[in-house]
Design a protein around this ligand. Structure first.
Ligand SMILES: Nc1ncnc2c1ncn2[C@@H]1O[C@H](COP(=O)(O)OP(=O)(O)OP(=O)(O)O)[C@@H](O)[C@H]1O
Ligand SMILES: [Mg+2]
Length: 175
């Protein structure tokens, strides 16, 4: 795991491989309590679906069932909690979000993860964990996590603890 920085409000993670991104997803999946909304932001091929695969594994939902919802905009995966995975890439306009049924999942117990969350307009709740992913080289990705309310804040705090645990111990040997 390669956590770059963490503060009370945000956390940065450098991924060097698909496996790294999936591993971060598993850490997130294990930390979920139900009712969280996670918005994924990032260009084509940055690894949003890869991250969702890890989240599903962390929830003990069969990871192979998670694929990009190409025709259906929302897929459901049943693990320790219900996971709704939406991909809004093909949404023509934010006005069309209402027709996807996304709001049905915002019930306080389902975990909702939304790819291309910037297409959701006002349909996403104000309280969400935002994960912004950017390319930095062929296999390197920077994932920037921030919380926008109390539920996502609690999740982020858990992830900060997990990040602390997974940091390499400082080298204190003196010789
Ligand atoms: N560190 C990395 N993390 C995730 N994916 C990586 C990484 N390095 C390379 N890749 C490659 O990037 C691609 C990510 O695909 P993925 O479908 O997860 O992206 P996406 O952001 O969901 O794309 P889309 O916007 O089309 O939905 C895969 O081909 C994967 O092999
Ligand atoms: Mg995708």
């Amino acid at each position: 795991m390669a956590w770059a920085t963490s503060s009370r409000d945000c956390l940065r993670f450098i991924s060097s491989s698909v496996e790294d991104t999936e591993r971060l997803g598993r850490v997130i999946g294990r930390a979920l309590r139900g009712g969280e909304v996670i918005g994924l932001y990032g260009d084509l091929g940055t690894g949003k679906t890869t991250l969702v695969r890890g989240i599903a594994a962390g929830l003990r939902a069969a990871p192979r069932l998670v694929s990009s919802p190409t025709f259906v905009l929302i897929h459901e995966y049943r693990g320790r909690l219900l996971l709704a995975h939406a991909d809004l890439y093909r949404l023509a306009s934010p006005d069309d979000v209402a027709q996807t049924g996304l709001s049905d999942y915002l019930d306080g117990t389902t975990v909702t993860v939304v790819e291309w969350a910037d297409h959701a307009g006002a349909e996403l709740p104000n309280d969400r964990l935002e994960i912004r992913i950017t390319h930095r080289g062929r296999e390197t990705r920077v994932l920037h996590l921030s919380a926008t309310g109390p539920i996502s804040g609690a999740l982020l705090r858990k992830l900060c603890l997990a990040a602390g645990r997974s940091r390499p111990r400082s080298r204190s040997r003196t010789g």
